[in-house]
Each structure stands twice: as structure tokens, then as C-alpha cells.
Design a binder for this molecule. Structure first.
Ligand SMILES: Nc1ncnc2c1ncn2[C@@H]1O[C@H](COP(=O)(O)OP(=O)(O)O)[C@@H](O)[C@H]1O
Ligand SMILES: Nc1ccn([C@H]2C[C@H](O)[C@@H](COP(=O)(O)OP(=O)(O)O)O2)c(=O)n1
Length: 674
């Protein structure tokens, strides 16, 4: 399962220039939550493969668990043992975050179950969820005899669903539901009403024009996988046949999220060339998700797309992209990505029939208009349309864009980083992507390229035990940047030299070892020639040996390219002795960190004790002073502050205070203000 992204207030994207390579998509949110509910209602155990791990699926899983379903994760396959249509738990308070795909169907299912088997359930979410309408669903449920109590504003969550055992529902007449605000109300009824289709057909009729039909198709498709063959007359009448029962298919595979694919289709159209396209795996032209038709819209704007079952391959065709006018009713979520592609079009792109955007995670029409204007676009918005005219080249602005706790805002706006003006983009509250795509930014940086000179670098140089490593790691973590512990490269060279029995004074031989260093950093551990050397690297012996071999010019030369390769989007924090003076002379911020020798000896002493290594503080101090002397008196790349470095003596500062100081300096240098 994917790790959730760290909550950080912002993530800065450097200007990006190209993209190529493969992205493996996480599972579809719409399919995941429907499958979970169906598996939870069915009898028996369903093995769910490739389930999306995200905020929205997590709240659904928590709800199923609270209702008495058994969930077992077996090496990435989730085994769900369902209720078999019988309530195991008759009272529960469920928190459903901002997941419409959990709130709507659970409301319908629990209303029906409480009304027939007795129970009391409250369903609540985050404040935004309490602004998202559910009245049309409640209006469909109440005439059946379901007791739905508004706990806040009528027509909006939170709700309480209750009833007494032995109740029956009035399902002889067709059940009417409005289809023109959200198709999720119809989906919710379709998923829940098989529970009461024992002895007679249950008919649902839709009032008004049904929007977002592709999502209803997903519902019908998945119901069929669970043994329920709904008969459909056009898009206005749906019949659940008498005797319908949820039957687990045993195993079910969740395909990749077609809406998530849209960002990478767009990326390919904007930034990949034919020789090295962006390949998307997990969803393909055979997808059951309506948003796969985003591909046609992207093609209309100029994307070159090939695809097959479970894959797509995209590169740039027309450039600039072609502005289009499109009715987006069939791709409500993915259409947002067209608004971002419009930044690179040859005129005004007009997306129409998108009124449903206004009742999603946020008012997406207003939010998109405001944020695209912030980067420099000219945007017109109406009740159900948005029209985007790209910024002229010199009108692009380095903007801090808001994301409104809306994953799609964050993912769409990241595409603004490909601007021709080479200005960076700051994404505020970027962790909102966890709603559907926790690894989005890693996936983006995995395929997107930046010019090295556009990738920001912060250097932290200074003597041993001044706290460089600690400070650099914390700053990198706060900014979401990569980390280069350059000392580790010299230490690893030292270890390899000792291993091979090479004379540390033989410059050519040591440089050869450095040039062939087989070193890998992974999950906070370090591997040398396939062996975990994380602890060995930190030994004082490795430090001393590193200090010796690092004085050899040929060794420094051999490690130079390796260090430069760490400069990758979104940014780098590099610690060492010569990061600011030699390796990254153009770094935007250079910090020279010092502390008194007494402080440093004491810190190292404590550090060693905490690792269970005994040491003598006097000897440590003598060693570190010897190392300072050698590091600063060598002829090549000696330890000294870069001319433009900011000095920070942290003798009397805590780690937190040092980190705050450096982040403060950094924010002053960024072009975003504040
Ligand atoms: N500002 C600070 N105040 C107190 N202790 C610190 C501070 N910065 C770092 N330390 C501690 O000092 C020790 C050495 O820090 P480290 O980051 O390993 O130094 P370096 O990379 O410069 O050799 C660590 O145990 C760390 O927790
Ligand atoms: N950029 C660098 C980093 C380290 N070195 C050398 C000099 C140092 O004494 C050793 C070990 O560095 P490291 O940063 O790991 O050591 P400390 O954690 O500061 O004790 O490597 C260097 O010459 N240039």
C-alpha cells in the first residue's frame, strides 16, 4: 500500500520542460468504492486486487469495518467478507471525510437496511461534505418508508438513518430520483435496492436529464459482476429483477483510474516527443470508465495517443495545442484537465455543460477560474461553463496556487509548470492529492524533466558534527526536495577502499574505486555493492577514512558527476563541505553551518551513546579538530564558506530553530511572496 504524502504547506514545482517514461496508475476511485460496498453487502469473501489506497477508499474501509465486515490484507490483495445482506451491527457513527462515493451509496444502503432490519446510523463528513447536496437521494428514499433525519441543514449531510426490525419498504411503485444534479444518487439506489428485490422487481425512474451517464454504466457493470443484471430502458428507467442477490465474483480486479490518467495524457500531449512518449499503465482503451473518453478530447487538442488493453502511450502532436469548444457532460472530472491543457492552446478553449463542477469537492468552476488567472490566463466563467485563454509568454507569473482541498485542482495546476516563461509554480496544500492519487507528485517527477539549472538547490556546508545532516534532512523533508548527503559518497569510498585493501594514499587506485562506486539510497538506508552499509557509514573510522580520501583531487573529480545527478525536480538540499563552493556554485541558498568545537564534540558523543557506541568526549574533540584541520587546509575544495553563503552558528539553537531560520531565508528568496 502506498505511503500517504506528508502534510506540507506547499510544494514548489520548478519549470518543467519535457516528459517521458512509464507511469503505473493507482486504482480507480469510482470502481474501488463501488466494489467495496458490493463486496461488503454480498455473502462470502471477495478478493479485491489493485484497490486504490487513498483517503476516499480509507473512509469506506473504515465504514465497512464498523459495520462488521471482515477485511484482511494479504500482500496487497484485500479480502472482504461481506454481510450477506444482514446487518451485523445495528448502531454506528460513520465518518466519511469528503468522499461522495462513500456518502451517497452508504446512505442508501443503510437507510434500506435500518428500515427493514432495525438500526440507527449517523453519517457525517468534513465541513465541505456538509455543503454537498444529498437531498435528491433523501427525497427518493423517504417515500419508500426510510427514516432519514437531517442533523444539519436539510438536504445535506450529516444524516441519521433509522428504523425498526421487520419494517417493509414501499417498492411496488417505481422509485423516482432526480438525475440532473449528480448521477451518484441513482448509483446509490442501484447499489442498495437489490437488498429489497426479493419477491418483486424494483423499478427506478429518473426525473430530468441524467448527467454523468458513464458513471452509471460503471455501476451497472459492477452490479453485473456481483450477480445483479439490471435492465435498463434508455437512461430513464432501470429494473432490478425480482430475486436479485449479491453474489461475490470471488476475485475482482480494480482497473487504474481513468480520471487520474488524464494528467499524464495531458503531460504527454504537452511535453513528450514521439521518440520517447509517456506510457500509462493500468488503464487502456478497453476501460469501463467514462473518463477514458478524455483521450478523444485530448486528441482533439492535438495529443497523439495510441493504446490497447490496460495501456496508453501519448506524445505531442499539434503544438501549440488546438483550442476547442467541448460539451463535457460525458467526462465531468477529467474535463478539468482540459482547462489546464488550455494554458498551452492557440486560442480560447471553452468547456460547457459543467454545472456539476460547482457541487464537487469545491466549486470547481470558480476555483479553476481563480487559479488559472493567478498564473496569468484570462478566464471567463458562467453557471455551467469556463473559457480559458492562455497567458501571453510574458504574462506568465510565478504563482502560489490554491487547491481548495481538491485533489484535481492540485493535479491540474501542476501542469502549469511546463510554461514557456520558465517560472516555477507553488502548489499550496499539495497533500490533497491523497484523495485519489497519493503518489501523484512522485509519479509526475518520475516522468517529467527539468533543466538542471532550473532545479533549486540549497547547500549546507560546515565542519563535522555541526548538524548539517540533520538540518539538511529536515529542510528537504519540509520542502519535499531530494537530499544529497555528499559525505556518504566519500564515506562509502572509504569503506570500499578498506574492503579492497587499496592503499588510501594511492590517488589513482582510490579514484578508480570512487568512479565505480555501486551505491544505492533507498528508504533511508544505504547499500554499497548490494550490502546495507547504513550503520557502517556512520562509524568514526569511515569518517576519518572519508576525510583522507576526500583530500585527493582525482577522487573528488570521480564523484562530481554522481553528485550533480542528484539535482532533480522538484529540488535538492545538499550537505557537505564544498556543496556551495564547488559542486553547486549557482545554488539559490547557501548555508554555512557552524557550532563551537565543544558543542560539536558533545553532540557527537550523545549521538554515539544513543546508538549504544561508547566514546570518549576528549578523544572525539581531538578527532574532530584534526578532521576540521585536514578538511579546511587541503588544496582542493577545502572546507570554507562560499562568498555568498549565509553563516549560521547553531551552538545555542535547537534543531527546530535552525530549520526555521533556514526555511525563513528560503522563503525570502522564492518568487512567490509571503
Ligand atoms: N542545532 C542543534 N542543536 C543540538 N543538537 C543538534 C543540532 N543540530 C544537530 N544536532 C545533533 O548533533 C548531532 C550531529 O549532527 P549531524 O547532523 O550528524 O552533523 P553533521 O552532519 O554536521 O556531521 C546529531 O545527533 C544531531 O541530532
Ligand atoms: N562534500 C564533502 C562531504 C564530505 N567530505 C569529506 C570530509 C569529511 O570529513 C568526510 C565525511 O563527511 P560527512 O559529511 O559524512 O561527515 P560529518 O557527518 O560531517 O562528520 O568526507 C568532503 O570532503 N566533501
Amino acid at each position: 500500500m502506498t505511503a500517504l504524502p506528508t502534510h506540507r504547506p506547499f510544494l514548489d514545482l520548478p519549470p518543467l520542460t519535457g516528459a517521458s517514461g512509464t507511469v503505473r496508475l493507482p486504482g480507480s476511485k469510482s470502481i474501488s468504492n463501488r466494489v467495496l460496498l458490493l463486496a461488503g453487502l454480498a455473502a462470502g469473501t471477495t478478493a479485491v486486487h489493485d484497490l486504490l489506497d487513498s483517503d476516499d477508499t480509507r473512509v469506506m474501509l473504515d465504514a465497512l469495518r464498523a459495520l462488521g465486515c471482515t477485511l484482511r490484507d494479504d500482500g496487497g490483495v484485500l479480502h472482504v467478507t461481506g454481510l450477506g445482506g444482514r446487518l451485523h451491527v445495528h448502531e454506528a457513527d460513520l465518518f466519511l471525510g469528503n468522499a461522495g462515493t462513500a456518502m451517497r451509496p452508504l446512505t442508501a444502503a443503510l437507510a434500506v437496511l435500518a428500515a427493514t432490519q432495525g438500526g440507527s446510523f449517523t453519517l457525517a463528513g468534513v465541513p465541505r461534505m456538509h455543503e454537498r447536496p444529498i437531498g435528491d437521494l433523501v427525497d427518493a428514499l423517504r417515500p419508500l418508508g426510510c427514516q432519514v433525519e437531517d442533523l444539519g441543514t436539510p438536504g445535506y449531510p450529516p444524516l441519521r438513518l433509522h428504523g425498526t426490525a421487520g419494517g417493509t419498504l414501499a417498492v411496488d411503485e417505481p422509485i423516482r430520483v432526480r438525475g440532473d444534479v449528480s448521477s451518484q444518487f441513482l448509483t446509490a439506489l442501484l447499489l442498495a435496492l437489490p437488498l429489497v428485490a426479493g419477491t418483486r422487481d424494483v423499478v427506478i425512474t429518473v426525473d430530468g436529464e441524467l448527467i454523468s451517464r458513464p458513471y452509471v454504466e460503471i455501476t451497472l457493470n459492477l452490479l453485473a459482476r456481483f450477480g445483479i443484471e439490471v435492465e435498463r430502458q434508455g437512461w430513464s428507467r432501470f429494473t432490478i429483477p425480482a430475486g436479485s442477490r449479491y453474489l461475490t465474483p470471488g476475485h475482482i480486479h480494480v482497473e487504474g483510474d481513468a480520471s487520474s490518467a488524464s494528467y499524464f495524457v495531458a503531460l504527454g500531449a504537452i511535453a513528450a516527443d514521439g521518440g520517447a512518449p509517456v506510457r500509462i499503465e493500468g488503464v487502456g482503451l478497453d476501460s469501463i470508465q467514462g473518463d477514458i473518453r478524455f483521450v478523444e478530447a485530448a486528441q482533439a487538442m492535438g495529443a497523439q495517443v495510441r493504446g490497447g488493453p490496460g495501456w496508453l502511450s501519448v506524445h505531442r502532436g499539434l503544438w501549440p495545442l488546438k483550442a476547442i469548444t467541448l460539451d463535457c457532460n460525458h467526462i465531468p472530472d477529467a474535463a478539468m484537465t482540459l482547462a489546464a491543457m488550455a494554458l498551452y492552446a492557440d486560442g480560447t478553449t471553452r468547456l460547457t455543460n459543467i454545472a456539476s463542477w460547482r457541487v464537487k469537492e469545491t466549486d470547481r468552476i470558480a476555483a479553476m477560474a481563480a487559479e488559472l488567472r493567478r498564473v496569468g490566463a484570462v478566464v471567463e466563467e458562467g453557471a455551467d461553463f469556463i473559457a480559458v485563454t492562455p497567458p501571453a509568454r510574458d504574462a506568465w507569473r510565478a504563482a502560489a496556487v490554491r487547491t481548495y482541498d481538491d485533489h484535481r485542482m492540485a493535479m491540474c495546476l501542476s501542469l502549469a509548470a511546463f510554461n514557456p516563461a520558465r517560472v516555477p509554480v507553488r502548489i499550496l496544500e499539495p497533500h490533497c492529492v491523497a484523495k485519489t492519487f497519493p503518489g501523484y507528485f512522485d509519479a509526475l517527477f518520475g516522468v517529467a524533466r527539468a533543466r538542471p539549472e532550473d532545479v533549486p538547490v540549497i547547500t549546507v556546508d560546515g565542519p563535522t558534527a555541526s548538524g548539517k545532516g540533520t538540518l539538511a534532512a529536515e529542510v528537504a523533508q519540509a520542502l519535499g526536495y531530494h537530499l544529497l548527503d555528499s559525505g556518504a559518497l566519500y564515506r562509502a569510498t572509504g569503506l570500499a577502499v578498506m574492503d579492497d585493501g587499496v592503499d588510501p594514499a594511492d590517488e589513482t587506485a582510490v579514484a578508480r574505486v570512487a568512479g565505480l562506486l555501486d551505491l544505492r539510497f533507498d528508504g533511508g538506508r544505504c547499500w554499497l555493492r548490494g550490502q546495507d552499509v547504513t550503520d557502517a557509514l556512520r562509524s568514526e573510522q569511515a569518517g576519518m577514512m572519508a576525510s583522507r580520501v576526500s583530500a585527493l583531487p582525482a577522487v573528488r573529480e570521480a564523484l562530481h558527476g554522481l553528485q550533480l545527478a542528484f539535482r532533480r525536480a522538484p529540488g535538492l538540499v545538499a550537505d557537505g563541505r564544498d556543496m556551495g563552493t564547488v559542486v553547486f556554485p549557482d545554488a539559490e541558498l547557501k548555508v554555512y553551518l557552524t557550532a563551537s568545537a565543544a558543542q560539536r564534540a558533545e553532540r557527537r558523543h550523545k549521538q554515539l551513546i544513543s546508538k549504544g557506541i561508547s566514546s570518549n568526549i576528549q578523544a572525539l574533540r581531538a578527532d574532530l579538530e584534526a578532521r576540521d584541520l585536514r578538511d579546511s587546509s587541503r588544496t582542493v575544495a577545502p572546507l570554507k564558506p562560499a562568498e555568498d553563503a549565509l553563516q549560521l552558528d547553531n551552538s545555542v539553537l535547537t534543531i527546530d530553530e535552525s530549520v526555521k531560520r533556514v526555511l525563513g531565508w528560503w522563503s525570502e528568496r522564492r518568487p512567490f511572496g509571503g
